[in-house]
Design a binder for this molecule. Structure first.
Ligand SMILES: Cc1cc2nc3c(=O)[nH]c(=O)nc-3n(C[C@H](O)[C@H](O)[C@H](O)COP(=O)(O)OP(=O)(O)OC[C@H]3O[C@@H](n4cnc5c(N)ncnc54)[C@H](O)[C@@H]3O)c2cc1C
Length: 466
C-alpha cells in the first residue's frame, strides 16, 4: 500500500519504496510533500485546462510564488528558500510527475533565468528582479535564434550597442521563448556591443513592456501551456544596470549558469513525466479486470515486465541527474559560493549535464510509449486517464535544445577528438575536409578557387589596413 497521500486517499501511483529519498534532506522532503499537496489541490486540475485551452499556467506559478518556490534557489537574505541544485531537481521532477509538465517547464526556465541573474548579482538587479519574485513575478530565458535553430548559443539575429549614458540598445529575434508574452522579465543573450565574433556574447535582462510576442500563435503537440512562441526585442533602450555580468560574459554565463541549471531542471522534468506515466499505468492496470480469465491487467507478466523496466530505466536517469546535481552542490557549497567573472565551478560538470539530458529525454520518450502499450486503447483516449497528455508532453524532451542529436555528437566528438573539436562558434578550420574536397577539382577549377581566395585575402588585408 502506498504511503503517499493524494488528498485524503492513498496515492494511486508507485509508493515511496521507489523514490531515492536518501538523496534529499528532511527540508527537501518537507518541500516535496507540500508540492504534492499543491499538485493534488490545484496544479494537476489546471494542467488539464492549460492543455485543452493552450492556457498559460499563471495560476499554478502564482501558487508556487505564494509558497516561496519562485525564489527556491535564491539566498534567504534576499527572500528566497536558499535551496541547492538537488532541491531544484526535486521540485522540477515533482511538478512534472504529480502536477503539470507545462508549469514544470515554465518553472525550469524561470529558475534558470533567476540563477543566471544570481551568477552576477548587483544591488540593482537584486532589488528589481530578485526580491519581488514571490509576488508572482515570472522570468524566462530567451536564447534560441531563428537563424541558427537549435544552436541556441549562436545568436545571429541580435545586437547590442553602447549608449552615451552607459546604457544599451539591444535587439533580438528569438524563435522560441517559454512563457513568451507572459513573463515579467526576459534574460536574453545577444552579441556584444564591440562585437568581435560570435563567441563574444553578452547577457541582458529586459522587461515585459520591451518585448513583442504573439502568444496567440502558439500551438504544439505537448507542453501546450508553456507558450514557447517567437519573440522580438526591437532595439530597446535599457539602463546600464540591466546587463548581467560584464560585457562579453555570455559564454561564461552559458557554461556556469544557463546550461547547468537548465539541464538539471529539464532532465528532472523528463524523469518526472516518465514517473507520472508509470503512476497512471499502475492505477489503470491494477484496476482493469478481464472477466473471462479473472485476472487484472497487472497480473500479466508482460505488463509487470513493462513496469519493471520502466522503473529501473527511469530511476537510473533520476539518480544520474541527482548525482550531477550533488556534484554541482559540492563545488558551490550548496549553491552559496559567489563566483566572479573568470571563476568557474559548475562548468566542470557540463559534459555530465549533457549526458543526463540525453538519457532522461530518451528514456521518457520510450517509457510513455510502453505505458501506453500497458494501458491499451484506454490509454490512447483523451480525458480522465491523462496518459495521452503525459505522452504528448514527453515528446518535447528529445527536440528541446540542446537536442539529443546535438548532445550525442557533442559527447562522442569530445570523447574522441577533445573538447576543442566541438567548435561551438564555427571557428576551427577543418583542413582534412577542405583538402579532400579540393582533391576532387580539375586544374581549371583549382585555379578558379585559388584566384577567388587570393582576391578575398587581398580584400581582408585592405580592410585591416584601412
Ligand atoms: C516546448 C519547447 C520549449 C522551448 N523553450 C525555449 C525557451 O524558453 N528558450 C529558448 O531559447 N528556446 C526554447 N526552445 C527551443 C529549443 O531549445 C530549440 O532551439 C528548438 O527546439 C530547436 O528547434 P528547431 O526547429 O529550430 O530545430 P533545428 O535546429 O532546425 O533542428 C532540426 C534537426 O536538426 C538536428 N540538428 C541540429 N543541429 C545539428 C547538429 N549540429 N548535428 C546533428 N544534428 C543537428 C536537430 O537535432 C533536429 O533533429 C523550446 C523548444 C520547445 C520544443
Amino acid at each position: 500500500m502506498s504511503d503517499k497521500q493524494w488528498g485524503n486517499v492513498p496515492y494511486f501511483g508507485l509508493s515511496s519504496d521507489w523514490d531515492p529519498d536518501w538523496v534529499l534532506t528532511p527540508r527537501q522532503i518537507e518541500l516535496r510533500d507540500l508540492l504534492i499537496e499543491l499538485c493534488e489541490s490545484d496544479i494537476r486540475a489546471n494542467a488539464a485546462i492549460s492543455d485543452e485551452k493552450l492556457e498559460y499556467p499563471r495560476k499554478n506559478l502564482e501558487l508556487l510564488g505564494k509558497h516561496g518556490f519562485l525564489a527556491l534557489c535564491v539566498p534567504e537574505e534576499y527572500g528566497g528558500l536558499g535551496q541547492d541544485h538537488v532541491g531544484f531537481a526535486m521540485v522540477c521532477e515533482t511538478l512534472a510527475r504529480y502536477g503539470c509538465a507545462s508549469t514544470a517547464m515554465c518553472y525550469v526556465m524561470h529558475t534558470s533565468a533567476v540563477q543566471t541573474i544570481m551568477l552576477r548579482p548587483t544591488p540593482e538587479l537584486v532589488d528589481k528582479y530578485i526580491r519581488p519574485l514571490n509576488d508572482g513575478r515570472i522570468g524566462t530565458l530567451s536564447y534560441s535564434d531563428p537563424a541558427t535553430g537549435s544552436h541556441f548559443w549562436y545568436p545571429m539575429s541580435s545586437s547590442a550597442k553602447r549608449l552615451p549614458d552607459g546604457g544599451f540598445e539591444v535587439s533580438k529575434k528569438a524563435s522560441w521563448t517559454t512563457s513568451g508574452g507572459f513573463a515579467d522579465f526576459y534574460v536574453i543573450q545577444t552579441t556584444s556591443p564591440d562585437f568581435t565574433g560570435y563567441d563574444d556574447l553578452s547577457v541582458f535582462v529586459v522587461d515585459a513592456d520591451q518585448i513583442v510576442a504573439q502568444p496567440s500563435t502558439w500551438d504544439a503537440l505537448g507542453l501546450r501551456g508553456n507558450q514557447s512562441g517567437p519573440l522580438e526585442v526591437p532595439g530597446v533602450t535599457i539602463p546600464a544596470e540591466n546587463i548581467i555580468g560584464p560585457v562579453g560574459d555570455g559564454a561564461a554565463s552559458n557554461d556556469e549558469a544557463v546550461d547547468p541549471w537548465f539541464l538539471v531542471g529539464s532532465s528532472s522534468v523528463w524523469s518526472g513525466i516518465a514517473l507520472g506515466a508509470i503512476d497512471i499505468a499502475k492505477r489503470q492496470t491494477t484496476q482493469k479486470r478481464h472477466a473471462d480469465v479473472g485476472m487484472r491487467v497487472a497480473d500479466y507478466p508482460t505488463i509487470q515486465d513493462y513496469i519493471g523496466e520502466a522503473i529501473m530505466d527511469t530511476n537510473a536517469c533520476r539518480l544520474m541527474t541527482l548525482s550531477v546535481a550533488q556534484a554541482m552542490d559540492k563545488v558551490t557549497d550548496h549553491n552559496t559560493k559567489s563566483l566572479g567573472p573568470g571563476e568557474f565551478a559548475r562548468t566542470s560538470f557540463l559534459h555530465w549535464a549533457w549526458q543526463i539530458k540525453f538519457e532522461a529525454a530518451k528514456n521518457v520518450a520510450t517509457v510513455v510509449d510502453k505505458m501506453l502499450h500497458a494501458c491499451g486503447g484506454s490509454g490512447y483516449k483523451r480525458g480522465g486517464m491523462e496518459l495521452e497528455r503525459y505522452l504528448r508532453d514527453a515528446k518535447a524532451g528529445w527536440v528541446m535544445g540542446p537536442t539529443n542529436e546535438v548532445l550525442r555528437q557533442f559527447v562522442g566528438k569530445a570523447a574522441l577528438l577533445g573538447f576543442d573539436a566541438l567548435d561551438y562558434w564555427n571557428q576551427a578550420y577543418n583542413r582534412r575536409a577542405v583538402e579532400n574536397e579540393v582533391k576532387k577539382l580539375d586544374p581549371a577549377a583549382k585555379r578558379e578557387l585559388a584566384e577567388r581566395l587570393v582576391a578575398e585575402a587581398d580584400k581582408a588585408d585592405a580592410a585591416l589596413a584601412g
